[in-house]
Structures are given as C-alpha cells and as structure tokens.
Design a protein around this ligand. Structure first.
Ligand code: ATP
Ligand code: MG
Length: 461
C-alpha cells in the first residue's frame, strides 16, 4: 500500500473516530438534559398539584380522587394518577370512571410511600414512559401519592433525528476528509515520489540523474544525500571509463609493433620451422589481444558517449551476405554450418555499416561458439511493420532463464561459457542498435538453442 493511501486512510479514521466520540457524548448529554427537564417539570407540577389535597381529609380521598385527577389533567400533558399510601390506585386521568383498585408498586411509588419523590422509567408497549411520584401531605400526615407519567417518545424521536444528522455529518465529512486527505497526502508525497523516480533512474545506470530538492525537511535531506551519492558514483564511473579508455590506447601501440615484428620475423625464417610456428602463434595471439583491446576501447567510447556513428544508406541484405561470407570459415573451424536465409531481396535502412557489421559479427560469433559440431546457425532477414527484422538462430546450448536478463549487461559472461571473452559483445551491440532506434531481444531454451531478433526502422522514402 502506498504512503498516499495510508495517509488518507489515517485521516478518515481519525475524523470518523472524533465524530463518533463527540456524537456519542453529545447524544447522551442531550438525552439526559431532556429527561432531567421532564422530571423537573413533572416534579414541580406534582408538588403544586398536591395543594389541591390540602382541604381534604383521609376519608374523602377515596371518593374525590377521580374528579381531582380529571381537573388536574387539564393543566398538564402528563397522565395523572392518585394512589393511596399503600400504592392502591384511586384515580386515573385516562380512565372515565373510578378504576378497579389495583396496587402499583413500581420503584417510584415505593420511594413516594417512604415520603420522598420517586422517579422511574419503564417500557410500556414498546414506548418509554417516565413516572414521577410525589407524596401528598395534608398538614399532618401523608395522605396520598400523585403520580404523573409522561411518554419519552418525543425525546427518543429527537435523539433519533440527532443520530441521523450525525450520521449524515459523518458521511459528508468522511468524503471531505477523503478528498482533502488525498490532496494533502499527494502534496506530502510528491517530493518523495521525485526522489523515488531519481533512485529508480540511477538503478538503471544513469548517474547523471539528480533528485529535485523542494524542502528542507527529511525528504530534502534525503534528496541531498542521494544527489551526493549519485555525483560520487558518477565520478567513479567516469574514472573507470577513462581508465579503460587510456589503458586500451596505451596497449594499442605496443601491440601493433609486436604484430609488425612478428610478421617481419616470419618472412625471415623458414616456413616449416619450429620458430615459424611460434611466430605464427604470437601473430594470432596479438590479433586476439587487439580485438579485446578494441572491444574495451569501443565500450569506453560508448560509455563516455564519444562514439560517433556515421549514418548512411545501408543495404542490409548485402551487409548480411557479406558478414556471413566473412564468418563462414570461422564457423567451419568450429564445425558449424552458417546459413543465410533472406525472405526479401532489398532492405534499406539508415545506419552505420561498420557498427552494424560489428553487431552481426558479435551475435553470429556467440551463436557459433554456443553450438557443438554439426549444428546450424541461421540468419534470416525479413520486413515486418515497416521494420527490418534480422533473426539469428542457433542450435547451441541455450541460455538459462535466470541468466537471460543479464546477458546484455557489460562484462557479463555466462556460467557455462567455455570460451574466453570480455562479456562486452552484447552490451556494445545493444548500445549500437539503440543508437539506430532499433531493438534487440532474445528468446532461448536450454538444450535447444537461442534466437536473437534485431528490429531496425526502414529508411523513409
Ligand atoms: N547464442 C548464445 N547461446 C548461448 N549463450 C549465449 C549466446 N549469446 C550470448 N550468450 C551468453 O551471454 C554472455 C554474454 O555474451 P557477450 O557476447 O556479451 O559476451 P562474450 O561472448 O562472453 O564475450 P565477448 O563477446 O565480449 O567476446 C556469453 O558469455 C554467453 O554466456
Ligand atoms: Mg560475444
């Protein structure tokens, strides 16, 4: 999960938690406020109603209760009941006649029997009802209990509406948090993203890349350290390339004179003598060394971007035929058949003949070396999608899957490679093909062989 998403989720979680927390607290507080209010109203109504009984004596209460209750009910929204001090129901404002005497002994009534106002909430028919019982005193004794009951349905409705409103607020603010959070996260991670891209670019081998420093915070410091590292690596890389370039130049001169002297000396000795044989070996080995030095030189030129391609019209069909003809004796030495198969007669591209030839030699040479005696290396030429397609197929040992991704790397040599080499052939070839705006790819199966495919844009007419 990216930092951006993590940050956004954190914002939303935080906001949701805060809203839920305050929602629960405010709902509970509001509910308590409403209920306390109702209790207060009912209690004060009960207390003021109790004066009605001042002029009655115990005995009367039984007879007048129902009337009293009826009169009082006009001054309140609550249900009014009169009970005696044992909790027996004497009058009820919701009933038209004197009620059947039943005992009500809910906690509020029990509290009132003991001489103090009592409060009790219960659920009747799925509706919350609040009872307030107030003991009534006539001068000397407690004579009755006034019980006022009010439905809490309205409070429940208010709370329900509040919860609904809070849910709406929660949804809207979560959405807003999502948008703002994503925006902030985006802003926060943008510099990090740039540093990330720079590191990825450097991992590909581009030491010239620099991360842009947009702030002085930790990310800014990261960008600074990265840039310093990139600079140092770049310098090291340059030093290495310069070194390779210088040393190869230095090697070239003595090599040329060794070869020159070996050839001169060969003219001076007898053809079949032992000495002649030795001089011949010196000559061949100097050639090999020269080729190696040339490769190193090429490589450093490419790395230092000093390679200059001279583009001209190139007839690929001819170039391939020539190259194959040149390499055929080399293939025969290895007992390998080198075959050229053109599907098309004339293929013209824009390119550097010598460099393209170098690529063909590199790849065909790899193919020949990978084959055992009696096998084939075939070179095909075709045109597809306005591109020249060169396929070089061999029946060699193949390249293990885990090595394929490295074979175009500089200095990489396969583990099963029996021949000496610098491991630069394919790295150089790839660079050259890329300079031609083409591509080079490989498919291979161990034990069956490999296919290298080069695609080059055709010359526009
Ligand atoms: N056709 C092929 N079949 C099997 N393995 C191959 C083939 N072509 C390349 N390879 C593997 O890829 C490696 C890299 O090839 P590359 O041409 O870059 O270097 P090299 O041939 O070892 O040395 P150089 O070409 O510089 O003399 C080789 O060492 C070899 O293991
Ligand atoms: Mg090679």
């Amino acid at each position: 999960m990216s930092i951006k998403i993590k940050l956004t989720i954190s914002y939303i979680l935080l906001i949701t938690m805060i809203i839920i927390f305050f929602g629960v607290i405010s709902t509970l507080t509001l509910e308590k406020y409403y209920i306390d209010n109702i209790i207060e109203i009912l209690t004060s109504q009960g207390t003021s109603f109790s004066r009605v009984f001042d002029s009655y004596i115990d005995a009367d209460i039984y007879t007048i209760s129902q009337d009293v209750v009826k009169n009082l009910a006009t001054d309140t929204n609550a249900q009014v009941q009169v009970l005696n001090m044992e909790g027996m129901l004497l009058g009820d404002s919701t009933l038209s006649s004197t009620p059947v005497p039943v005992k009500i002994l809910t906690p509020d009534v029990i509290q009132a029997i003991s001489g103090e106002s009592g409060v009790y909430t219960e659920k009747i028919n799925n509706e919350r009802v609040l009872h307030v019982s107030v003991p009534v005193k006539n001068k000397l004794n407690y004579v009755a209990i006034l019980r006022l009951s009010s439905s809490l349905e309205e409070v429940s409705n208010i709370i329900k509406r509040l919860v609904l409103f809070l849910a709406l607020v929660l949804t809207v603010s979560s959405l807003v948090a999502l948008i703002i959070g994503f925006f902030i996260a985006n802003e926060l991670t943008k510099p990090l993203e740039m540093v990330k891209e720079a590191t990825q670019e450097m991992a590909k081998g581009n030491f010239k890349v620099r991360a842009e420093k947009t702030s002085n915070d930790e990310i800014g410091i990261l960008a600074d350290s990265f840039n310093k590292m990139a600079e140092e690596l770049g310098q090291l890389e340059e030093m290495k390339n310069e070194f390779i370039s210088n040393i190869s130049h230095e090697l070239k001169t003595p090599l040329t004179s060794i070869k020159g002297f070996a050839i001169t000396a060969m003219d001076l000795v007898e053809k079949n003598s032992e000495l002649y044989e030795y001089l011949n070996i010196i000559d061949e080995e100097t050639d090999r060394l020269s080729r190696l030095v040339d490769e190193l030189l090429d490589f450093s030129k490419i790395e230092l971007n000093k390679i200059k391609l001279s583009f001209e019209e190139v007839e690929l069909d001819k170039l391939i035929e020539d190259t194959v003809a040149i390499l055929r004796p080399h293939a025969s030495n290895y007992g390998v058949n080198l075959i050229c198969k053109k599907k098309i007669d004339r293929v013209v591209i824009n390119g550097d003949v010598n460099r393209l030839k170098q690529v063909l030699v590199n790849i065909i040479d790899n193919g020949i070396k990978a084959c055992s005696r009696g096998k084939y290396v075939k070179v095909f030429l075709d045109i597809k999608d306005k591109k020249a397609v060169i396929r070089i197929e061999d029946q060699g040992q193949g390249i293990p899957q885990e090595e394929i991704k490295y074979i175009f790397d500089k200095f990489y040599r396969g583990k099963n490679n029996k021949y000496s080499g610098t491991g630069l052939g394919l790295a150089i070839s790839k660079k050259i093909i890329e300079e031609h705006k083409g591509t080079i790819t490989v498919e291979s199966e161990v034990g069956k062989g490999s296919v290298f495919t080069i695609e080059l844009p055709l010359k526009d007419r």
